[in-house]
Design a protein. Structure first.
Length: 274
C-alpha cells in the first residue's frame, strides 16, 4: 500500500489529468477547425467546453468521455513504472494491463462511434503500440546485457560506425517507420486522422527516444537514422497503393528525430564518461 501511494498513485493521477487535458484540447481544436468554408475561429476555450457539455460537439456524452479519458490516462500513467522484476510476472501483468486498456478503449469507441466496424480501427493501432513498446524494452535489455558482457571482457570491441550495436535498433526502426505507418494508412479511411497522428506524434517521439537510447549506450551511430529514412522511403511507394497522400514530409521528420535523439544520447554518454 505504501508503494502504491508513493509511486503508482501519483503517476496514475497525473496520467488521468493528462488524458482529460488532451480530450479538452482536442474538442477545442475540433471546434476551431474551418468547417464548411469558415476560417479558423479560436474562441474562448471555457465557452467552447461549456457549449460542448451543454450541446455535445464532435464527441457526444461529454461526462462519460471525460471519465473514460481520465481512466485511459491513468492506465497510461501506471504503465510508466515497471510492472515486475521476474519474467513470468512481467508478462502476466503486461497482458492484464493490455486487456484493461483495450477494454477501456473499446467502451470509448462504441460509445462515440458505435459497433459498425470501428473497433479494429482503434484496437489494431493500440496493439501495435504495445508491440512497439515491448520491442523497445527488449532492445534496451539486449543493450544492457551487451554492456555487462563488455565490462566482463566477453564481448568484441566496437564495430565500424557501431553497425553491430545498431542492429537491434534497426529492427525497431523497421516496425516504427514501415510496418506501423502502413497499417495505420490501411485503417485510415476515409479521414487521415491516424496518419496525421503518426506523422506529428508517433514518428518524431519514437524516433527521438529510440535514438536517444542508442546514443546513451553506444555513442553516435549514423546507421540508425539512415535506417529510419530507408524504411520511410520504402513506406512511401507502398502507401501510394492505397492512398494519394503526400508523405514526403515524413523523410525529414524521421531523419531529424532519430539524428537529434542519437546525438543527444551520445553527448550524454560523453559527459558521463568524463
Amino acid at each position: 500500500m505504501e508503494e502504491f501511494k508513493k509511486q503508482w498513485l501519483p503517476r496514475a493521477l497525473a496520467g488521468g489529468l493528462a488524458g482529460v487535458a488532451l480530450l479538452l484540447a482536442f474538442e477545442y481544436v475540433w471546434d476551431a477547425m474551418p468547417w464548411f468554408g469558415h476560417d479558423w475561429r479560436l474562441g474562448n476555450p471555457f465557452q467552447v467546453w461549456a457549449d460542448w457539455f451543454r450541446y455535445a460537439g464532435f464527441l457526444p456524452f461529454p461526462l462519460a468521455n471525460v471519465c473514460l479519458c481520465f481512466l485511459m490516462g491513468m492506465e497510461a500513467g501506471a504503465a510508466t513504472l515497471p510492472f515486475a522484476d521476474s519474467g513470468r510476472e512481467l508478462v502476466a501483468r503486461s497482458l492484464i494491463h493490455y486487456a484493461a486498456t483495450a477494454a477501456t478503449v473499446s467502451v470509448w469507441v462504441v460509445l462515440n462511434f458505435g459497433w459498425h466496424g470501428t473497433l479494429p480501427t482503434f484496437l489494431i493501432p493500440l496493439t501495435l503500440l504495445y508491440v512497439l513498446i515491448w520491442l523497445g524494452r527488449w532492445v534496451g535489455w539486449f543493450a544492457e546485457a551487451a554492456a555487462i558482457r563488455a565490462k566482463l571482457g566477453l564481448a568484441p570491441g566496437p564495430s565500424l560506425f557501431h553497425w553491430r550495436e545498431s542492429l537491434p535498433y534497426v529492427g525497431f526502426a523497421f516496425l516504427l517507420c514501415l510496418v506501423l505507418p502502413l497499417v495505420l494508412r490501411l485503417l485510415d479511411d476515409p479521414t487521415p486522422l491516424l496518419s496525421v497522428l503518426y506523422a506529428w506524434l508517433l514518428l518524431p517521439v519514437g524516433g527521438f527516444i529510440s535514438g536517444l537510447s542508442l546514443g546513451r549506450r553506444h555513442g553516435f551511430c549514423p546507421i540508425y537514422p539512415a535506417a529510419c529514412v530507408l524504411f520511410i522511403l520504402l513506406f512511401i511507394p507502398l502507401a501510394r497503393l492505397c492512398s494519394n497522400m503526400a508523405d514526403g514530409a515524413l523523410i525529414p521528420i524521421a531523419l531529424i528525430a532519430a539524428l537529434a535523439g542519437n546525438a543527444a544520447g551520445a553527448a550524454r554518454q560523453r559527459r558521463s564518461q568524463n
